[in-house]
Write a new protein. Sequence first.
Length: 129
Amino acid sequence: FVMLYPPWVVEIVPTEEQVYYALYPASAVALAVAFLIMLIYIPSTASTVLKFRTGVLPSLHDRNFVRYRLNADTVFLNLGNVAYAMLGSAFLFFAVVGLFLFLLIWPFSRPLMSLIGAWMVGLAITIGI
């Protein structure tokens, strides 16, 4: 067996299990975030629809109704904002949690992460959390 790489390269390259141990919990957190955001969107949308129907938010009886009527197609921009905000926040949590767990698991960065963790615990105690 011929070594193609120096031994130090083999030591710092993460194994497949290390990557999986970081990405599985990150995927679970991302799915939980997407689910919770979806649960938040449903009552907010229903509340806004009820406010329009009861007249709390002016729509048909507003003096600017003609201007609103001409821009009725811009309402669908909100649907895109809802979808991409949910996907973006889920991906952000996936990336942050996955990177944090990977750096905790990877032996090459474990001493630095232990130092950062100790610093965070000390900061939390100092602040009084």
